[in-house]
Design a protein around this ligand. Sequence first.
Ligand SMILES: Cc1cc2nc3c(=O)[nH]c(=O)nc-3n(C[C@H](O)[C@H](O)[C@H](O)COP(=O)(O)O)c2cc1C
Length: 158
Amino acid sequence: MKAAVVFYSYDGNSAFAAEQIGLLLKADLLQIQPVKERRALKFWKIIVGVGQVMFNKKPALKPYSFNSSDYDLIILGTPVWAGSPAPAIKSFLSQEKLSGKKLALFACHAGGPGDVMQKLKAELKDNTIVSEIDFLNPASEQEKAKQKIEEWVKTLTQ
Ligand SMILES: Cc1cc2nc3c(=O)[nH]c(=O)nc-3n(C[C@H](O)[C@H](O)[C@H](O)COP(=O)(O)O)c2cc1C
């Protein structure tokens, strides 16, 4: 099975999860990045990010090389921003044709996933979602997260 992990990460948590998943599945990794990433600290970062979600922003992404037809499974990962997928993920989904693909979803959060999965799935109506999972700031509790990731990845290969 050829898999890709496509993710966005602002603070490294989704990147940590994506890297672990990538190692276990021997998957290709694609980290998507907005052309303009506003690096802000603490509450400014929340205000700027939540503002983007509220206004349904889809920031332009840096160029990347990705062909969905190369993969049997695409794992899509996002941080939760105001209960939603991060804006860069919305950009990716609006510019990529993923119709008919098999997908697994993960989200990283600092408290709860809100309805991020419902929102993601609403954008992925033409896909088969084989599995979904959320992680509480996995980069902060790496050993615990690695165990959860390992168990999840096993279910993806069964
Ligand atoms: C703009 C912004 C909004 C956030 N909104 C939420 C939220 O609604 N719920 C939550 O549990 N965590 C929220 N968080 C925390 C992140 O989802 C969490 O720390 C996640 O693990 C970060 O992933 P990353 O390190 O890959 O960027 C928010 C973080 C930012 C920057």
